[in-house]
Structures are given as structure tokens and as C-alpha cells.
Design a protein around this ligand. Structure first.
Ligand SMILES: [Zn+2]
Length: 290
């Protein structure tokens, strides 16, 4: 019965049965598009995150329970399009990355500016008093008024984190992440500092980097995962690390995110959103001189 030995189940490896086989097969079938960075969250991860948020929101006040129901009713045919919904945000961010990567690739030099402007620190419990569409309008105006920045293409977003110092919550901090079509030089730095005076409590209110990985840069410009930003000292040097947001804070954050339309945190200059689908379209011929 030699063939009985050959067909012993333990010796048979079905194609795709081994986790490594499955992984390879999945990668072959669905290669990640070039406009998405490595490690872009998967649909399954987004669904898991949504499930967690629903669970936390259900234990909150009326407003939080309302958002829990919004997330519960998000189905493939009837997406909720809430900024609090990780599944809808993933879909939105995929479109945004596709559009933004195209815009970024059309010009040779880009700088990413991470900016913490003054006046955007919000006390814990007060996040829902922020009117995001009005705030974004005001921030765009500041870019328009800058003689240097107004002729540049800018693609970015308003981000939020919860600042924690030595384990004590300080405040919510709204900040900007801007991709600017310009060389990382003195004039750009000066223009950004003038347009956005620094938040006095921030250890590093400005960070400038030359953009090399377009996909990663565009995915950072509009984030959907928010953290506690914990600052502490190690060997006499100030350090920060990102930690997950706690349940009470998550409820406040999600009701805030649900209070404005999806994409309202976008800060665009020289490009526009086209129709219902997000398409970033270059509308201006701009100088690329530094
Ligand atoms: Zn949704």
C-alpha cells in the first residue's frame, strides 16, 4: 500500500493551505497600488478599528451613542461617510492618496512642513466647540495672504493629537501637516513661520523635510489615526512618543470627527476637490523658484 503512505494527510500540502502560501497568493492577486505607502491599513484592520470604536462609543453619552449607531449602519451599499468611521476614512484616504500622489509627481521639489500654530490648543472636553470648516477657511486665508506661499501648490490637512506631559493630560492640539511645492530653504521656512506663529507650549513647533516618498507623504497629510502625544525627558533631553488614546478621550474625539463632513480637514491651495469623488486637480501654473 505504498500509495497510502503518499496520500497521508499530514504529508499533503494543499496549495494555499500553509499561511506562507496564502500570503504569497494574496500578494500576487492584489498588489498594493503605487500611490499607497507600505503598511497602509488593510480593510480588515479598518473594520476591526471600527468595531472597537463602536464598542467604546456605546458606553458614552447620547451623542456618543448616536455616533455608535452611525458606525453600526455603515454597510457596503450605504456607507456612513463619517470621519469617525475607519472604513469610510480608509476609502477616502485611498482616493486622496491617489490624487495627491499625482499632483506631487507633477513637480520636482516638495517640502513637508509639520506646523503647530498658536491658538489651536483646545482644553480636554472642549473639542466639540471647534468649527472645523471655519477654521480651515481661516488657515487657508493665511496661506493666501503670504506673498511666498500664495503661488505655491499646497496639499495638506488638519491633524489632532492629545498632548500629555509627564503623564498629565495638557490639551488637545490641532496642528497642520502641509506638503508645499517648494525647495526646503530659508525663504520657505520664513514664510511658514510668518503665516503661522508658533504655539508657545510646543517643544518643536516647526519641522521641515524634503519629500522623497510621495506615497508616504500624501498618506501622512490626511491622517485617520490619532494618538496621545506624550512628552517626557530622557537623559536630560526632551522626547515624545505616541500612545493610544483612552476610551473617554476616544468618545470625545469621535463625536468631534463626526461633526463635520468627510474631507473637511483638507487644506488645499492651487488644487481643488472635483465633484463628489476626490480628485486633486492642478489649477495654477506656479513658479518653482526657491
Ligand atoms: Zn462608514
Amino acid at each position: 500500500m505504498s500509495n497510502a503512505i503518499n496520500t497521508t494527510p499530514s504529508r499533503v500540502v494543499e496549495p494555499g493551505a500553509h499561511p506562507a502560501h496564502r500570503r504569497r497568493r494574496r500578494q500576487r492577486r492584489r498588489p498594493s497600488p503605487p500611490y499607497l505607502p507600505n503598511g497602509f491599513e488593510t480593510f480588515e484592520q479598518a473594520k476591526e478599528r471600527r468595531r472597537h470604536r463602536r464598542k467604546v462609543l456605546r458606553k458614552g453619552d447620547r451623542r456618543a451613542r448616536f455616533v455608535a449607531r452611525v458606525l453600526r449602519d455603515c454597510w457596503p451599499e450605504t456607507r456612513c461617510s463619517s470621519e469617525a468611521c475607519p472604513v469610510c476614512m480608509r476609502k477616502f484616504r485611498k482616493r486622496f492618496c491617489r490624487a495627491a500622489t499625482k499632483v506631487i509627481a507633477s513637480s520636482p521639489e516638495w517640502t513637508r512642513a509639520s506646523v503647530i500654530p498658536s491658538g489651536l490648543a483646545v482644553p480636554l472636553g472642549k473639542l466639540n466647540s471647534v468649527n472645523v470648516p471655519n477654521l480651515v477657511k481661516a488657515l487657508r486665508k493665511r496661506i493666501e495672504r503670504s506673498p511666498y506661499l500664495r503661488n505655491r501648490v499646497v496639499v495638506g490637512g488638519l491633524d489632532v493629537s492629545l498632548n500629555v506631559k509627564e503623564n498629565v493630560v495638557q490639551h488637545w492640539q490641532l496642528h497642520l501637516y502641509l506638503l508645499i511645492e517648494a525647495k526646503r530653504g530659508r525663504r520657505l521656512r520664513a514664510a511658514v513661520r510668518t503665516a503661522f506663529p508658533p504655539e508657545p507650549t510646543a517643544a518643536r513647533p516647526y519641522r521641515f523635510r524634503t519629500v522623497r516618498d510621495f506615497a508616504a507623504a500624501s498618506s501622512y497629510a490626511y491622517k485617520s489615526i490619532f494618538n496621545r502625544r506624550s512628552s517626557y525627558e530622557k537623559d536630560g533631553k526632551p522626547r515624545t512618543r505616541n500612545l493610544p488614546i483612552k476610551n473617554d478621550e476616544l468618545r470625545e474625539l469621535c463625536t468631534f470627527l463626526d461633526s463635520f463632513p468627510i474631507g473637511a480637514r483638507l487644506i488645499l491651495r492651487g488644487v481643488r476637490r472635483n465633484g463628489e469623488k476626490l480628485q486633486t486637480v492642478k489649477t495654477k501654473q506656479v513658479s518653482t523658484e526657491a
